[in-house]
Design a protein around this ligand. Structure first.
Ligand SMILES: C[S@@+](CC[C@H](N)C(=O)[O-])C[C@H]1O[C@@H](n2cnc3c(N)ncnc32)[C@H](O)[C@@H]1O
Length: 277
């Protein structure tokens, strides 16, 4: 199954996979954007081979079931990064946290993705230019606090700022930097197997190849799978994204540096005070 994209409905495919063999995952599922209804502000998405208009309670239950299957197939100590957004259904803000708390995962962090751009300008609310990325964690033996990020990755902070991908014909891709940052930060120097259960145009596969990991993907559209395979085989086209990203994963001022700076400031103050006393 390594470096393969499986075709089919995500939940059905996941149910056939073994327990605890994947290191981590990252995805952006279909958002259930529906056709525009009164007070609903988002642009609907037309996928090649999938509807995006389930009744909301069915959609949320499907996402909980998918997340719980991912929990089963990912190893203890593993993580899943889930990209979604706050949607407004008939005027009411609907938060991904509403269903995430009902899944088996421990929610470790909510990351804000500042996209620099928004698609809706009607003024029912402030222009929405953010999406969310939820870091979900599967503890080892009940130890919920679990693994730490290395300092050089933690400096990326909980607000991520980059634009969506404009050069991708898929209707709803995320940019390579998004899965790349999740995988680079969580996996560090380890190599492993990464899943994207809604693979779309293969962006997570590209990030895996850039970082030297194996991937496993799922998508319902054979056309998207074909274009994913093509994009992933040309992963080196995206090497500049990796180069730029690595420059951000650097601790500029370590704790020791900050302590030394404080000591120097204190010394200066003592010299000045002793002059005036
Ligand atoms: C938001 S897109 C993912 C885009 C991807 N992150 C990328 O960068 O290209 C969601 C994907 O889920 C797929 N999809 C929708 N419903 C599905 C289902 N029930 N099972 C499997 N795939 C599905 C769509 O074909 C689409 O490619």
């Amino acid at each position: 199954m390594r470096n393969k994209i499986l075709q089919g409905d995500t939940l059905k495919v996941l149910k056939k996979l073994p327990d605890a063999f994947i290191d981590m995952g990252v995805t952006s599922p279909p958002y259930n954007k529906k056709i525009n209804t009164n007070g609903s502000i988002f642009r609907s998405i037309k996928y090649d081979n999938a509807q995006d208009d389930l009744p909301e309670d069915e959609y949320q239950q499907n996402q909980i079931d998918v997340l719980d299957e991912l929990y089963r197939t990912i190893k203890p100590g593993g993580s899943f990064f889930y990209n979604h957004k706050v949607r407004h259904l008939k005027g009411i803000a609907t938060f991904p946290l509403e269903w995430l708390v009902k899944s088996k995962w421990h929610i470790r962090q909510e990351i804000i993705w500042d996209k620099h751009t928004c698609t809706e300008f009607k003024g029912y609310r402030f222009h929405q230019k953010d999406e969310r990325i939820y870091w979900l964690y599967k503890p080892i033996g009940g130890k919920v606090i679990g693994v730490k990020l290395e300092g050089k990755h933690a400096v990326c902070s909980s607000i991520w700022s980059f634009t969506p991908d404009k050069d991708n014909p898929h209707p709803a891709p995320f940019p390579v930097i998004l899965p790349l940052r999740c995988i680079l930060s969580f996996m560090g120097d380890r190599k492993g197997l990464i899943i994207d259960p809604y693979m779309g145009s293969g962006t997570t596969g590209i990030s895996c190849k850039l970082l030297g990991h194996d991937y496993i993907g799922i998508d319902i559209s054979s056309n998207y799978i074909k274009s994913s395979i093509d994009r992933i085989s040309n992963f080196e086209d995206h090497i500049d994204v990796l180069k730029q990203e690595l420059l951000l994963h650097v601790v500029k001022n370590s704790y020791k540096d900050r302590q030394k700076k404080k000591e120097r400031e204190l010394k200066k103050k003592t010299v000045i005070n002793s002059f005036f006393s």
